[in-house]
Ligand binder design. Structure first.
Ligand code: NAD
Length: 367
């Protein structure tokens, strides 16, 4: 056994009510005296409530948060951080909000304290992303990884059912990809498979009753593990494919990941060996991990295909071309060689709907 495992230095505080009872202590711990609060307009009332005990230590409120962090928004947040001489960025919100805080950390080296309200997992990674003129750039820098994350499942109670399902399956995609990511190792496996099991356990309960804090806790715990495992294992076929599709066709991030995942898993399964059975066990069906994933998608109302999340049929040829350019013919390390014809089959199948079972999908992909 030979591997390298790097962990980030993020401190995690987890528990129902933690954002209301532990936040001030955590700000103290970071010795921050000038806090810039970042939250989207919709989450700003929550952020104001959570930050109220900090009193005059809050020196700015930044609410121009947008998906994929346009450079103009990042620049505005950085300018506010400098004008207010902030020494900590407190982000309250989903992946877009965390991403905005990371953009400030990237250039100004400010520590970030993240309070996530979705299952995006960005708070546990050192990956940043910015968009300019429709082009998304991502990079890796430890300085953007939040110093502290306060996970409070009660904050996710208001996340609507469709967003909860999509965001939860976005976390699932981090876990599943961590099983074969370029840096996968026995430690990331542990976290990824525990994350898969927690998400599978919690998501149906969240969809049955959005106020079920135990189910919300399971899913948020899974989201934490998903980000941690993904940060160490790195991006592979699934995320590279989604990165291309999301960037080129402006598809909704979480739902697109949820839709594409069973297709990528179906393609990988023949090359995963024992890892497929372990994934299957975590998903509740050792013999058929793809079938288990599809049944979970069905149960929680994930859209069937990319055509249901905004990819036009007329764009399919271009989608195949762009994805193939990024992932086919040895462009990325992958457990199973992937050629142009495989990409063509995968993207078209993901557009049309779900794979039925592992066996069906392998036949369809020409395996
Ligand atoms: P998001 O942050 O854009 O939020 C989606 C919507 O949910 C918004 O309208 C927001 O107002 C709303 N919302 C958030 N929390 C809510 C709550 N508790 N109740 C009700 N509504 C709520 O979406 P996301 O899926 O969390 O994040 C997607 C972004 O994160 C993408 O830009 C993606 O690239 C990025 N991301 C980055 C990483 C990374 O490692 N860098 C990882 C995952 C995602």
């Amino acid at each position: 056994m030979t591997f390298t495992y790097s962990s980030l230095r993020t401190r995690v505080v987890f528990g129902p009510g933690a954002a209301r009872t532990r936040l001030v202590d955590e700000v103290d711990r970071l010795e921050a005296t000038r806090v810039l609060v970042v939250a989207g307009e919709a989450e700003m009332p929550l952020a104001r409530e959570l930050a109220a005990p900090l009193g005059e230590r809050v020196v700015g409120w930044f609410d121009d948060v947008r998906q994929h962090v346009p450079v103009a928004c990042a620049e505005a947040a950085r300018a506010m951080a400098r004008e207010t001489r902030a020494d900590l960025v407190l982000s309250v919100g989903g992946g877009s909000t965390t991403g905005t805080a990371k953009a400030v950390a990237l250039t100004d080296s400010l520590p970030v304290l993240a309070v996530p309200t979705t299952y995006a997992g960005s708070e546990m990674t050192n990956v940043w992303g910015l968009t300019e003129a429709g082009r998304k750039t991502t990079g890796v820098a430890d300085v953007v990884a939040p110093r502290t994350v306060v996970y409070d499942p009660e904050l996710t109670v208001g996340l609507p059912a469709d967003l909860s399902a999509a965001s939860g399956m976005n976390a699932m995609a981090h876990c599943v990809e961590a099983v074969w990511g370029p840096g996968a190792n026995p430690v990331t496996d542990l976290m990824a498979l525990e994350g898969v099991a927690a998400l599978r356990r919690g998501l149906p309960g969240v969809l049955a009753d959005g106020h079920d804090v135990d189910a919300r806790s399971d899913v948020l715990y899974g989201a934490w593990l998903s980000g941690t495992a993904f940060a160490a294992a790195g991006s592979g076929l699934h995320h590279k494919t989604c990165h291309v599709l999301g960037g080129a066709f402006d598809l909704p991030h979480a739902a697109m990941h949820a839709v594409v995942l069973p297709h990528v898993l179906a393609f990988q399964v023949p090359a995963l060996g024992e890892r497929a059975a372990r994934l299957g066990r975590a998903l509740g069906d050792e013999a058929d991990p793809v079938g288990a994933l599809v049944r979970l998608d069905d149960a929680i109302g994930i859209p069937a295909g990319l055509r249901d999340v905004g990819l036009a049929e007329a764009d399919l040829d271009e989608a195949v071309r762009l994805v193939a350019e990024k992932v086919a013919d040895g462009a990325i390390p992958n457990p199973r060689p992937i050629g142009h014809a495989d990409v063509d089959a995968l993207v078209r199948a993901a557009w049309a709907g779900r794979p039925a079972t592992t066996a069906d999908e392998n036949a369809g992909a020409g395996a």
